[in-house]
Structure formats: structure tokens, C-alpha cells
Design a protein around this ligand. Structure first.
Ligand code: SAH
Length: 509
């Protein structure tokens, strides 16, 4: 069978911040049959790929190539010839030192159709995130992008050191960290003043961004002292001095803080995005896995008999999700819930319920007994039938309080939580190498599971320099009972409350 040859899209994946991907690139990844990426493209972008897409890593880090350029070329051609559309993600812009031009020529020679989707190049974005505009009317009228990869002692060099040295252009070198000393020497040798400002920006636009500044005279020492490595762009020229005034990205309050998120993966995104916006580098180590209950029978039965109930109470987003998933699976819809009164614990649970078109009647702020009693105080639930779909083995306070108030409560397992040990090794290694600034605990089980992951290791020692952040008193109590003393406890027992307390903690430091 012959297929129509697929198209290869040479896509600029941007410099690292996933938000800097173009809309066209995103759509292209969504529709691709094959996604080919290398180490400069943010792995986050792979989330846009379709469920059935093939995802292929082709590496390339310094000289340590996972696949040679020839093999990459071959791969692109092969896949296209199989009739597949290929999204070839390239860091930054595909035609700026990305060998995109060569890939396009090669595709052309094989008769493979291609399109180019430009991207935000690191040559501009990394300086921008470091507060360095590559042009500025007061400082320079042009900018050059130069490869720093070429061996400066090479005879037939294309490097025009005299031109670079004697212009007032901003010089941006890519792939130049290893050659920094040579670059600097050559510029000075050809007449560039040795007090010209220079900056190196590593992993620009990401939470790991690192910037070192100096002059041509001092930079080599400073880069050594800071142990700054590739990938970085080198910016040379008077615009670099504007960083003192214009730096913004690394001034955000949690910049550079490495914060562990222990929540289940499905629930982590809100916390991760809020912390990331404040500059933190979030390390997701989910300690919990959320799965359907072993026996879904009781939940189904309670839905079938929903007309017997007066109240439906949700204590978590998971409870809401699993309840409605089961309800829809049973071929029913929200109309069977019309006669019920609803209560949700916590504002996030309430918001989730609203997604299904239902506004909660009452809203106890927390699980604490007083809070529940308070919320129900003006409501007579004596002899009312209450359905409480929630985690298997959840805390007993809530049903106990309701029963004390005269309600008849059916507690049903809507989901189960399990220990997630997928990233155990990574966690231990990070802790042993001081790679963590803070750990967030958003429930008692995140704490107890975390401790299980550390097995019999010396927890006190491992957590000595780590700030422990707890979402509220119950989680803190669990932590204390396991010999972990929280440094931070949210005032408001919500994700936002936790973030606010982290901010206050670091502000006061
Ligand atoms: N096509 C890419 C460049 C590829 S060459 C682009 O337009 O950005 C690889 C070089 O790009 C690296 O050696 C480094 O100099 C630079 N680079 C890529 N991403 C970077 C980043 N996030 N921060 C700093 N430099 C980066």
C-alpha cells in the first residue's frame, strides 16, 4: 500500500518557558502522529501531544549525541514516508543555530514536504528574562547572533573578530560557554575595551535560570566561581548594564526556590502553577495515587437509591470527580440530584461541584468538628439521610458530628488513595544532595506517605535545611506525630493559603 507522504514541521519550541510556545506550534504538536524532540525543548510541551502520538527523544547535549544528525534526518524522512505527520521540536527558533536549515534541505532532497514554524529564540529571550534588552536606543543600534561553538584557533575561520570587536553592536554568542575564555581574549585582542559589560544567562526563561555578569576582564573568573555551564547565551555590550535596573524574572519572590509538591499528580497543577508564577522551581514527587475504590458497588448502589437521601456532602474534589464519573457511567445525569441539599468542605470542592452545575447550600471551611457544627447549626438535619461519598478510610470526625446532630449517615468509598513510590529514588537523592528548599504537605496522607518513602533513613538529618510547609493544623499534627516539625503552617487551610504562608516565610528571611 502506498501512503501520501507526511509533512515534517520544523517547530521552534521556544527557549524553555512553555508559555513561550506559539499557538501555531501548539496546534501542530496536538495533531502530529510523531513528536521528535531534543534536550532543549521543554518536556512539558509533550503534554500537548495526542494520546496515540509516538514520542521520540533524539538527545543532543554538548557533544553527547543520543542520535547523530544523520540518524535524526533519516528518522524524519522515514516517518514522513510512512505517511505520518511529524512535529520536530527544536529549542528556540529552528533556523537560528538549530540546524533547521540543513534539516529542511535534506527533507527537500527526499521529496518530503515540510513547514517551518518560527519560535522564540533563546538569543533574545534569555537576555530579556535577565532584564537585558538586546537593543536600546541609548546603547546600540544593532545586534549580532554569533556561534560560540567554532574553535577559535581554526584556520579557515568565519569569525570576524575585528568586526565584532570594533562595532557597538550587542553581541550574542550561542553555544559559547566552553569557549568563553577564547571569545573574551579574541575580542580584547582585536580592540574591544576590557571593561565592556558581559553577561551569561543559563537555562534562560526557566525556573533554573542563572545569570552571571561582569566585564570582559572579570567574567571568566566569575563564571568559574559560579560553576555556570552550558546551555547559556553570552551577551556582550553596554545593554548588559541595564540589567541592574530592568531585572524582573529573578526578582520574583520565590525565584530559585526548589519546592517539592507531594500531592497526587492529578491535583498538583494548581499549586504548581501558582508557585511557578512566583518563580519557584517545582519538583513534583507525588506521594499519593488516587484510584477508584476496589469495590465500586456501594457507590453505584447509593446513586441508584439517591432518591432516599436528603443531603449529599462532598469533602474533596476527588469525591466530586469520582461521584459524577460513576453517575455518568451509569447513564444518568444531574437531574436525579434535584431534590438534594448539598454541602461541600472547602472552597475548592465547592468550585468543582459548580462545574457540574450545582451550587453548594452550605460550606464548612474545614474538616474540624467546630467548623462542621457551625455550618450546620442553623439547619435541622435530625433524621435526615446523608450520603457521604469520599475516600476509603477517611477521618471519622465528620460522620460522628453529623450523627450527633441526629442525621443518618451513609459513608461510601468513592475512591481510594495509595502510596505512590514512583519517584522515591529521586526524592532521596535530592534530599541527600541539598537539592530541596521546601516541601509542601497538603494532607495528612502526604506526610505519612512521604515518611514511608524515606523508609528508615534519618529523617531529621535529611530535612535539616528544608522548610516544611503544612496546609493546616491537622496535617501539622500528623507531621509532628511523625517527628517532622513544620516551619510553615497555612493560616487559611487552602492551596492559596499555603502559598501565602510560604511567601511570608521567605519574605521574613
Ligand atoms: N535554535 C536555538 C539555539 C540552538 S543552539 C535558539 O534559537 O535558541 C544551542 C544553544 O542555544 C545553547 O548552547 C545555548 O547557547 C542556547 N540556548 C538554548 N536554550 C537556552 C536557554 N534556555 N538559555 C540559555 N541559552 C540557551
Amino acid at each position: 500500500m502506498t501512503h501520501k507522504t507526511g509533512t515534517v514541521y520544523l517547530i521552534g519550541a521556544g527557549p524553555g518557558d512553555p508559555g513561550l510556545l506559539t499557538i501555531k506550534a501548539k496546534e501542530c504538536i496536538e495533531h502530529a502522529d510523531v513528536v521528535v524532540y531534543d534536550y532543549l525543548a521543554s518536556p512539558f510541551l509533550l503534554n500537548y501531544a495526542g494520546k496515540d502520538a509516538q514520542i521520540i527523544y533524539v538527545g543532543k547535549k554538548g557533544g553527547d549525541h543520543t542520535l547523530t544528525q544523520d540518524k535524526i534526518n533519516l528518522l524524519l524522512v522515514e516517518k514522513a514516508q510512512q505517511g505520518l505527520n511529524v512535529a520536530r521540536l527544536k529549542g528556540g527558533d529552528p533556523f537560528v543555530f538549530g540546524r533547521g536549515g540543513e534539516e529542511a534541505q535534506m527533507l527537500l532532497s527526499h521529496g518530503v514536504p515540510y513547514e517551518v514554524i518560527p519560535g522564540v529564540t533563546s538569543a533574545i529571550a534569555a537576555p530579556a528574562y535577565a532584564g537585558i534588552p538586546v537593543t536600546h536606543r541609548d546603547h546600540t543600534s544593532f545586534v549580532s547572533f554569533i556561534t560560540g561553538h567554532e574553535d577559535p584557533t581554526k584556520k579557515d575561520t568565519r569569525m570576524q573578530w575585528d568586526v565584532y570587536a570594533n562595532s557597538n553592536a550587542t553581541l550574542v554568542f550561542l553555544m559559547g560557554v566552553k569557549n568563553l575564555e577564547n571569545i573574551v581574549k579574541n575580542l580584547i585582542k582585536h580592540g574591544k575595551p576590557s571593561d565592556t559589560p558581559i553577561a551569561l544567562v543559563r537555562w534562560g526563561t526557566t525556573a533554573r535560570q542563572q545569570t552571571v555578569t561582569g566585564t570582559l576582564d572579570t567574567i571568566v573568573e566569575r563564571v568559574k566561581a559560579a560553576n555556570l555551564k552550558s546551555p547559556a547565551v553570552i551577551i556582550i555590550g553596554h545593554v548588559v548594564s541595564l540589567r541592574d535596573e530592568l531585572a524582573w524574572f529573578d526578582k520574583r519572590p520565590l525565584f530559585g526556590k526548589k519546592i517539592v509538591i507531594t500531592r497526587a499528580r492529578a491535583q498538583a497543577s494548581g499549586l504548581v502553577s501558582t508557585l511557578s508564577k512566583l518563580g519557584a522551581q517545582c519538583i513534583e514527587i507525588p506521594t499519593i495515587q488516587i484510584i477508584p475504590p476496589e469495590d465500586i458497588g456501594p457507590l453505584k448502589k447509593s446513586i441508584k437509591n439517591i432518591h432516599h437521601y436528603d443531603w449529599l456532602i462532598f469533602t474533596s474534589v476527588n469525591g466530586v470527580n469520582f461521584f459524577f464519573e460513576t453517575l455518568f457511567d451509569m447513564g444518568k445525569d444531574v437531574r436525579i440530584l434535584g431534590h438534594l441539599k448539598f454541602a461541600c468542605i472547602g472552597p475548592v470542592t465547592k468550585e468543582r461541584l459548580k462545574d457540574f452545575g450545582i451550587v453548594s447550600d452550605i460550606l464548612p471551611e474545614t474538616y474540624r468538628a467546630e467548623s462542621v457544627i457551625d455550618a450546620f447549626s442553623s439547619i435541622n438535619i435530625k433524621n435526615k439521610k446523608v450520603l457521604l461519598p469520599r475516600a476509603k478510610k477517611a477521618r471519622t470526625i465528620l460522620p460522628e458530628e453529623l450523627i450527633k446532630m441526629g442525621a443518618r449517615v451513609d459513608e461510601i468509598a468513592a475512591y481510594e488513595t495509595r502510596l505512590n513510590a514512583e519517584r522515591k529514588e529521586e526524592l532521596i537523592s535530592l534530599l541527600e544532595n541539598n537539592g530541596i528548599d521546601a516541601i509542601t504537605f497538603t494532607s495528612s496522607s502526604t506526610v505519612s506517605n512521604f515518611i514511608s518513602l524515606l523508609e528508615s533513613k534519618d529523617t531529621k538529618k535529611l530535612l535539616k535545611d528544608v522548610a516544611i510547609a503544612s496546609i493546616g493544623p491537622i496535617t501539622s499534627d500528623t507531621a509532628k506525630s511523625l517527628d517532622i516539625e513544620p516551619d510553615i503552617e497555612a493560616k487559611d487551610y487552602t492551596i492559596q493559603g499555603l502559598v501565602d504562608s510560604l511567601l511570608t516565610y521567605y519574605e521574613s528571611k
